[in-house]
Design a protein around this ligand. Structure first.
Ligand SMILES: [Zn+2]
Length: 331
């Protein structure tokens, strides 16, 4: 794996879907486009190969930039990350590391590419870094930041009304960029979700043409949620979403679980039913927070201490390999 560096936007890319990028680009590619005195804006997409909205947003911007309809005040740096995984619609290939867990160093090919991208970006004195992702489940558009500083807050709020602050996992792109510029991870709903693509295209057009003034116009900042931990499920557990007090398998969760994302859940709220165990709350450093946030008795899984969930998903492979959702508290 080698980083390809370009100084122009290959026109054939405009006609391709994310899974076809490999026909034009052999692998991870950094496109440094435009000149000028102002700090460059860095935009990354496809760190996860199946999260395709960012590439559609780039094509929207590129079309207008190439025709001159959109004039960016800032030089731009585009990073198209996992071309190989995108070609098969996977987060990453089984042989690869997760491209959003390699930004704190290491010798893996993905980590070396990340290091090169960081070195170039630092040298070019990037002004803002924007990393676009998708998720599963029903979530609003939201921004994640890794530093609680005004410039980060403003950038996050510019893109989305909901802001999440996290420090783990610390190996993500936005964390590495936060060492030298305001950075944000944007969660643009499910892959290809149209209205979010449109919103973000508009937002980026504004940022490109107005730059910092677009951010400084913001007045009140919305609350920030801090991720405390994740709701984990045993890989052997049988799960359904029938909300059945007598589960046929091991866990029977609410059928409307994904509707709870970004809603304050109060004590006593029933998330589901369990035969025994199978589900726990794991802190950022693998602490057991189950008894802090949940009351699991007589087969009922109840909220014990109020929290706000994010990324609740009903996708069983994702639940088992990652988690059912995140537990957050407002700061
Ligand atoms: Zn992602």
């Amino acid at each position: 794996m080698k980083l390809l560096r370009l100084n122009s936007i290959p026109a054939p890319l405009l006609e391709l879907e994310a899974y076809q990028i490999g026909e034009v680009l052999p692998g991870p590619t950094l496109i440094e486009w435009g000149e000028g005195e102002l700090p460059p804006i860095f935009i990354s997409v496809l760190l996860h190969g199946n999260e395709i909205s960012g590439f559609t947003i780039l094509k929207n911007l590129w079309r207008k930039l190439l025709t001159g309809e959109l004039k960016s005040q800032h030089p731009l740096i585009f990073f198209i990350a996992n071309v190989e995984a995108a070609s098969v619609g996977l987060r990453h290939l089984p042989s690869q590391l997760d491209f959003n867990r390699v930004w704190s160093g290491g010798d893996a090919p993905e980590a070396l590419v990340a290091q090169e991208v960081l070195d170039i970006s630092r040298k070019r004195q990037v002004g803002w870094a924007i990393d676009i992702h998708n998720n599963t489940g029903k979530n609003p558009l939201y921004s994640c930041i890794n530093k609680l500083e005004p410039e980060f807050w403003d950038l996050a709020h510019f893109f989305a009304p909901h802001i999440v602050y996290f420090t783990e996992p610390h190996e993500v792109l936005s964390m590495a960029f936060s060492q030298f510029c305001p950075s944000v991870t944007i969660e643009a709903g499910t892959p290809g979700q149209k209205e979010m693509i449109e919103i973000l295209t508009d937002k980026l057009e504004t940022l490109l043409t107005t730059g910092a003034p677009a951010l400084s116009k913001l007045k009140a900042r919305p609350p920030v949620f801090h991720t405390i931990g994740r709701i984990k499920v045993a890989s052997s557990a049988q799960i359904d979403f029938n909300f059945n007090p007598r589960p046929e398998g091991d866990l029977s969760m609410r059928s409307d679980l994904v509707e709870c994302n970004f809603q304050q859940l109060e004590p006593g709220f029933v998330l589901g039913y369990a035969k025994k165990g199978h589900l726990w709350v794991e802190g950022n450093f693998e602490q057991d927070f189950t008894n802090d946030f949940l009351e699991i008795s007589s087969g009922e899984i109840c909220v014990k201490k109020s929290f706000v969930p994010a990324m609740f998903t009903q996708n069983i492979p994702i639940i088992k390999s990652d988690c059912m959702g995140y537990v957050m508290e407002s700061i």
